[in-house]
Design a protein around this ligand. Structure first.
Ligand SMILES: *Cc1c(COP(=O)(O)O)cnc(C)c1O
Length: 430
């Protein structure tokens, strides 16, 4: 598409977009009287309007029924989590019995590593991305130590090459091949939280399996952002949080995927809890754990219904919009943002604006990370003062995520115009 750096052009893109009506389903935070330009949905997604009703409904049922609500609530609490697999299977790209909503992201990562990181003296290494999100680094490091290995030896981090910002795909694959004899697990983000780079999960999975290792992905920045086909790709496990692109509220309940080939494998290690126990006989409270033969078998505790009520509101909207449409609009929003940033980079060369998110469509979702080498921090702070919500990561990266459900092309144009005016030394025009 031939983009134009004009408000009317951006408005036309909004007008033509089939997802435009979803914006009115969300609370947009204010900056003074005006709407802020909220580009931090990659950190905390916005609140769906109907979330309040869904939570209130559970509060009312609790007030009215007390413990009877477990079976008598309008949406009974014992099987509350069972409403999700159908919708999530379309968002995550899997079969319904491969997905479960439970706990939180890092907790789920640990539980899944208990099952899928089973190192032996010969095969104990883990390949992951350099600069993975810190929680993932700590989880992996502590799992490695728990099994008696030294993270310095057991954890192989794949880095960008010198003077490059993102990881080359071929470097991931060659590291997998080179370590084929000692590799136990490949664990990557689906999208790197810092650069916005989308990794080729399908070919990483193929290479890892060929090397005799298992594969897991952290989908914190991928779930609800790009189309995923976890089942078809043959991924072994994955986990995600729901408060980023899945708009399910601060600290919202997490999610996990376990491939069908593993869900009824009782030989796997697992840390069990009563909610993973076979439903027919769960309340006999007998000794001896017998897991549900689906991803639900990894559950520990009964459903956090209030958090799940928010998740329900958010997931209904995503499912209605459809992942294919969301992903297409997300890529178009980021393409427009990249176009605007490049124009600024050309116009204000002395500020050395560079984009670190890969430009190739398959390698990005809706997030764009960029650097303004000269006075970046000051410019960033001015943008905040003018009502932009964006992310700063030390030492110099600005992260911006225009989210397909509620952001607009016009906001991207306005964002560019603000930077233009700041760099031109004038104040922002309307
Ligand atoms: C956001 C994020 C987390 C956060 O973990 P919590 O357990 O939800 O606090 C972890 N890993 C990645 C890659 C993330 O992007």
């Amino acid at each position: 598409m031939n983009f134009e750096n004009k408000r009317t052009f951006a408005q036309k893109l909004d007008e033509q977009n089939e997802l435009k009506h979803f914006r009115s389903q969300f609370h947009i935070p204010k900056h003074g009287e005006k709407n802020s330009i909220y580009f931090t949905g990659n950190s905390l997604g916005l609140q769906p309007l109907k979330a309040t009703d869904y939570v209130l409904r559970e509060m009312e049922d609790w007030a009215r029924l007390g413990g009877e609500g477990h079976t008598e609530a309008r949406q009974p609490w014992i099987p509350y989590h069972e409403i999700f697999p159908g919708q999530l299977s379309r968002i995550i790209g899997c079969q319904p019995d491969e997905v479960v909503v439970m706990n939180s992201l890092t907790v789920n990562l640990h539980l899944l590593m208990v099952s899928f990181y089973a190192p032996t003296p010969q095969r104990y290494k883990i390949i992951m991305e350099h600069k993975a999100f810190p929680s993932d680094q700590y989880a992996v490091e502590s799992q490695v130590k728990f099994h008696g290995f030294d993270p310095k030896d057991a954890v192989i981090e794949i880095k960008p090459r010198a003077n490059e910002q993102t990881i080359r795909h071929e470097d991931i694959l060659s590291a997998i091949n080179e370590n084929a004899d000692s590799l136990s697990l490949v664990f990557f983000g689906g999208i790197n939280y810092y650069t916005g780079q989308v990794f080729n999960m399908e070919s990483i999975t193929l290479a890892a399996h060929k090397a005799g290792a298992l594969v897991g992905f952290d989908l914190a920045h991928a779930a609800g952002n790009i189309e995923l086909h976890l089942h078809d790709w043959g991924v072994d496990f994955a986990c995600w949080c729901t408060y980023k692109y899945l708009n399910s509220g601060p600290g919202g309940v997490g999610g996990a995927f376990i491939n069908q080939r593993h869900i009824s494998d009782t030989s796997l290690n697992r840390f069990a809890g009563w909610w993973g126990y076979k439903k027919e006989t769960r309340f006999k409270m007998d000794a001896g754990f017998e897991p549900i033969p689906t991803a639900e078998g990894w559950q520990l505790s009964n459903a956090p219904v209030l958090s799940m009520a928010v998740h329900k509101a958010a997931i209904e909207l995503m499912d209605e919009a459809g992942m294919k449409n969301l992903s297409a609009k997300g890529r178009l929003l980021s393409a427009y943002l990249i176009f605007i940033l490049k124009e600024l980079a050309d116009k204000f060369r002395e500020h050395q604006i560079s984009i670190i998110t890969p430009e190739r469509e398959e390698e990005r979702g809706c997030q764009v990370s960029f650097i303004i080498k000269k006075e970046g921090k000051k410019i960033f702070e001015k943008l905040l003062e003018q009502g932009v919500s964006a992310g700063w990561r030390e030492p110099e990266v600005i992260r911006v995520a225009p989210v397909p459900l509620y952001n607009t092309f016009e906001e991207i144009w306005e964002f560019g115009e603000m930077i233009n005016n700041i760099l031109s030394g004038s104040t922002v025009t309307e």
